[in-house]
Ligand binder design. Structure first.
Ligand code: RIB
Length: 293
């Protein structure tokens, strides 16, 4: 099975702040850094570092060499990444003294994949393959519909979550990987057990991974539920922790690893990522995960 990731590719402008800025407040940042990011790019890099064969599909701008290099250097196939005129998508990220973040994403129209891009991407894949998606790229529901029509497996990380998403063909999703905020938006529940109960009823053909940050993670298939506690570390920057979890978990199950093992490795890789600055830069290699496990 090949996995193609239809995902965002962003330049992250990261500001180190004491606390997340409040409405009306002006705040001085202690540090500013430029990192490679985008939920799509981060997840592709995590999959590749975890040993999976991964094809990234998306768009970068004229300033996108650093982003393409990061994907290529990690071992991601970038033949489905189109270069477009204009600036790449970018983010403004605040990281506070506890490593928590908040993120604004902006991409100009030139960075939006078109229907022609989607058709070109899907031409290289078959019903034996899977498409991974987040919700940062334009035309995500169209990609979902076309991939489903082709009989591909759909893996969906509904992030960033919005109400429009409820009209996507979510019944076609094989795996949802989501956090408690996204779980609440899809179910109206806040308790993890209840989120899983509602998702089980709404999407009986899907499997679920629900991540809860320092409170661990759940995986649910049609017959079973598994819980994985979080590894305790000092958080420096939580950016891309979820993306690292997603990449390592998917690499595990796509190689035939039992779900509890894939969950444990994903939780461990993610704990390493939160102890480092940046998004893609914080994702550990498989050797680091193997060494410390
Ligand atoms: O999940 C973290 C990512 O979200 C960042 O790298 C940023 O680019 C946004 O897409």
């Amino acid at each position: 099975m090949k996995i193609v990731n239809y995902g965002s590719i962003n330049l992250d402008h990261v500001y180190q702040v004491d606390h997340i800025v409040q409405p009306g407040e002006t705040l001085l940042a202690a540090e500013q850094n430029l990192f490679c990011g985008g939920k799509g790019l981060n997840q592709s890099i995590a999959l590749a570092k975890a040993g999976a064969e991964i094809f990234h599909a998306g768009v970068v701008g004229e300033d996108g060499d650093i982003l393409l290099d990061a994907l290529r250097d990690a071992g991601v196939d970038i033949s489905n990444v189109r270069r477009a005129p204009g600036a790449s998508a970018h983010t403004v990220i605040q990281v506070d003294r506890n490593g928590q973040n908040c993120i604004i994403v902006f991409s100009g129209e030139n960075m939006h994949p078109s229907e022609a891009d989607i058709d070109r991407i899907l031409a290289g894949f078959s019903s034996d393959d899977a498409v991974l998606m987040q919700n940062e790229l334009f035309n995500t529901p169209l990609m979902m519909r076309k991939a489903a029509d082709k009989g591909m497996s759909i893996i969906f990380n509904p992030s960033p979550v919005n109400q429009e998403m409820l009209s996507y063909p979510l019944e076609a999703v094989s795996w949802f990987l989501l956090n408690e905020i996204e779980g609440e938006a899809l179910t109206g529940e806040t308790d993890p057990g209840k989120i899983l109960d509602v998702l089980e009823k709404k999407y009986p053909h899907s499997s679920i991974v629900l991540t809860l940050g320092k409170d661990g993670a759940w995986a649910m298939t049609r017959n079973e539920r598994f819980f994985q506690p979080a590894y305790k570390v000092k958080a420096v920057d939580t950016t891309a922790a979820g993306d690292t979890f997603t990449g390592y978990f998917l690499a595990g199950i796509s190689s035939g690893m039992p779900i509890p093992d894939a969950l444990r490795r994903a939780a461990f890789a993610s704990s390493i990522a939160v102890s480092r600055k940046g998004a893609a830069d914080s994702i550990p290699t498989v050797e680091e995960v193997n060494r410390a496990e």
